[in-house]
Each structure stands twice: as structure tokens, then as C-alpha cells.
Design a protein around this ligand. Sequence first.
Ligand SMILES: N[C@@H](CCC(=O)N[C@@H](CS)C(=O)NCC(=O)O)C(=O)O
Length: 202
Amino acid sequence: MKLYSMPSSGNSYKVRLLLALLGRRAEIVDVEDSSPELSRAKVEGRLPFGKAPVLELDDGRLLPESNAILCWLGEGTAFTPADPFQRAEMLAWMFWEQNQHEGVVAVRGALQFYPARRHLATPERMADLLDRGHALLQVMEDRLSAHDWLVGGGVSLADICLYGYTHSAGTKGGFDMSRFPGINAWIARIAALPGYRLLNGA
Ligand SMILES: N[C@@H](CCC(=O)N[C@@H](CS)C(=O)NCC(=O)O)C(=O)O
């Protein structure tokens, strides 16, 4: 397997993290934002939707979308609940991550992190993202203040998915994580899983 992966991106990190937790190997092709490697991968048709991550299977099939890749890699493992309703709940968190959480929590971090986007980080936009991000993080807090994991009684793909950008919501996004003790305990729980890797690979 080959993973086209953006080193600085939470969407790519989720996949790298799941591979590490599963003890599975993949050749990592770094395609950093605005890099010649990213342009080459696009030109060569390796990124079907024009974005990273993309998993290239040994038979050449290409799978885009971080959460679809998590589902593929997590199939038949302890990260995918056997119970159909819990599996659907897991997917509900993963869809929510893409259609609500990522567009606010990740975007606020990205606007400050990537030099090419800093001109978009107007005070009004940053204040709006801050308020909306705190409200979204509260949704996670409501669950995690009473439960160890987002779904059922064990770690699932939903946790790996949401960890991708939540773990750096304070440091990169500037969110006030002292409001969210349940999330902070969950972050520590994930970091203690066997095989855990940081975003930088350490
Ligand atoms: N919904 C996609 C989002 C992927 C995405 O937005 N990737 C960004 C990095 S986080 C990217 O490849 N940007 C490069 C570009 O747009 O040129 C997923 O979850 O995989």
C-alpha cells in the first residue's frame, strides 16, 4: 500500500495514526501543502478528488477521503464495532466531523498555520470560528464527560477520526481547552494506546 499523505494535515494524520495503531505498514508519499510533490501527485492522477490523503492499494486502486480510508483499514478490526447500531453511531460522528467540526476547528488552525492563508484570517472570521468551535467542542465534551469513548465502550474509528484535529485544537486552533476536561482526558487516553504516533511521526 502507498499513502499519499500531507505531513501537516490532521486528515492525513488520522490515517497514519490508524495504520500505526493497527501495526500495518504503508509506503508514505509526503505531499505537503503547496509542494511540487503535491502538484505532481495531482498531475499524475493519484488524487482522484485533488486532495490528500489517498490510499493506493497494491492492485493500483485509489481510495480518497480520510474517513473512507479509515473505514477500509478498520474493516474487521476492533476499531469497527460489531453491533450495527454502534457502527452507524460511529459513522454519524465521522460525518459530523467532516460536515461541521473540520470546517471550523481545523480551518481556524489552518488560517494561522499556512502562510498563504493568513490574509484570510480577519479578526471577524477568527472570532466567529472561535465561538463556533467552542460550541462544537462542547458537543464532544457532552459525550466524553460521561464516557471514555465516543461510541460504546471501546475505541473506534470515530475516536481516531475526531482526534485528527481535536488534539491540536488548543495549540493550533487557539481554542480554550481548559473548558473541556472530558476531551482532555480522552486525548490522553488515545495517546496511551499501544502503537500511538504523534502527527510528526514520533
Ligand atoms: N474531505 C477530505 C479533505 C481532504 C483535504 O482537504 N485535504 C487537504 C489537506 S487537509 C489538501 O489535500 N489540500 C491540498 C490542496 O487542496 O491543494 C478528507 O477528509 O480526506
